[in-house]
Design a protein around this ligand. Structure first.
Ligand SMILES: Cc1cc2nc3c(=O)[nH]c(=O)nc-3n(C[C@H](O)[C@H](O)[C@H](O)COP(=O)(O)OP(=O)(O)OC[C@H]3O[C@@H](n4cnc5c(N)ncnc54)[C@H](O)[C@@H]3O)c2cc1C
Length: 353
């Protein structure tokens, strides 16, 4: 088996190249992604254990909710139904357990105590290292768009190599529309997403795990991760940014975004009002029209598969996606209709959160 990557495992341009990615089980009423997240969690834990790499941080994940919040209420019902560990916290519970959060108009929250954060960039590197130890032939190479119809015999690379294989899987995240412009240029929308790391006061552990879980404020479309390994308190908008080009796009955040994040921080975490900005990142989501993944066979090339469309929530699902792709290749999995290419629209209407 050959694994090719143009920029290397966990590189800065990749969507998976961030320091941390949240793994949560809840997806509103969406049973599909809850199932995928649960399966992935098992596989991530087994991988980290076997590889001797403690790259999962059990911070817990806190969903802040307003009165009657449909997404969090549906998530609560799904987790209850599927037996996923969770707690429903009242406003009073929140005030006692997390006094560092200024609740504003949040009246309750859902806590997934066993979920948390994966150190993403390092997890990808560890995965490739393990794959190489297991016999995978990893090479740095940029592949070219496959041409023709029927069966693909060989895939060309920028430096003139030909890679022969029985099956080809393109899991190129935000680059899929560049590699398959005819199919995907108007079906996968890479958007610019900014990430901010603010510095808590010296000696203050209120913004680190275990004092604070990872948290999501869907009402404000902002989420965050407690300070892990002293890298800073991560805050990021989940709202889709403008279109972004993953190869050439410059990765500097704007002054307006910094001001918006500071405003949010001061309101939600008053002790961090005026906290210094330690580091910023610009990454990209690779959105499908509604947030459902794209995992399907190429319509013209029978042994070419497309796997992507992570849409800002795909990292956690990597292991289950890999398992599903492997089973599809062997004809061993029933097709999930929501992952079909034919379900991808050309107008964005986000439905998976
Ligand atoms: C700021 C931010 C926060 C996020 N937060 C979360 C979160 O908390 N939880 C979560 O689950 N998900 C989250 N996501 C989404 C998640 O990170 C992505 O869905 C996921 O990482 C996508 O992985 P991928 O392997 O499909 O793409 P990528 O990680 O982008 O990998 C694609 C790879 O393809 C390679 N490539 C491209 N073109 C070629 C070519 N021609 N030849 C060879 N190789 C090529 C690239 O070098 C790259 O390494 C977040 C995303 C961002 C940007």
């Amino acid at each position: 088996m050959v694994l090719l990557d143009a920029y290397g495992p966990g590189n800065t341009r990749a969507s998976s190249g961030g320091e941390s990615r949240i793994i949560r089980m809840g997806y509103g009423a969406d049973d599909l992604y809850t199932r995928f997240a649960r399966r992935s969690f098992q596989l991530w834990e087994a991988f980290f254990r076997d590889a001797g790499q403690p790259l999962f941080k059990p911070t817990g994940v806190l969903w802040l909710a307003r009165e009657g919040d449909p997404l969090v209420s549906d998530t609560l019902a799904t987790l209850r139904q599927q037996g996923v560990p969770h707690e429903r916290l009242s406003r009073l519970d929140l005030k006692v357990r997390f006094p560092q959060i200024a609740l504003g108009d949040h009246t309750w929250a859902l806590l997934e105590p066993e979920s948390g954060v994966i150190l993403a960039r390092r997890a990808v590197s560890a995965l490739v290292a393990e794959a190489v130890r297991g016999g995978v032939d990893y090479r740095a190479a940029s592949v070219l768009t496959p041409e023709g119809r029927g069966r693909l015999d060989a895939l060309g690379t920028e430096d003139g190599e030909s890679i022969h294989a029985r099956e080809f899987v393109f899991a190129c995240g935000p680059w899929l529309p560049k590699l398959f412009p005819d199919l995907l240029a108007d079906r996968i929308f890479p958007t610019r997403q900014e990430v901010f790391f603010f510095g808590p006061p010296a000696g203050d552990v209120r913004f680190s795990s275990p004092a604070l879980p990872a948290w999501i404020d869907f009402g404000e479309e902002v989420y965050g991760v407690p300070d892990l390994e002293g890298r800073g308190f991560k805050v990021a908008p989940d709202r889709h940014g403008p279109a972004f080009e993953p190869d050439a796009g410059e990765r500097l955040v704007s002054a307006e975004s910094v001001a918006r994040m500071r405003d949010f921080l001061g309101r939600r975490f008053p002790a961090l009002k005026g906290a210094p900005l330690l580091e910023t990142r610009v990454c990209q989501y690779e959105n499908t029209s509604n947030g459902d993944f794209l995992i399907d066979r190429h319509p013209d090339l029978e042994n070419v598969w497309l796997a992507g469309g992570g849409s800002g929530h795909g990292f956690k699902h990597g292991p289950a996606v890999g398992e599903y792709v492997a089973q599809r290749l062997q004809g061993a999995a029933a097709e999930e209709v929501r992952f079909r290419l034919s379900t991808k629209e050309t107008v964005q209407k986000r439905a998976v959160f």
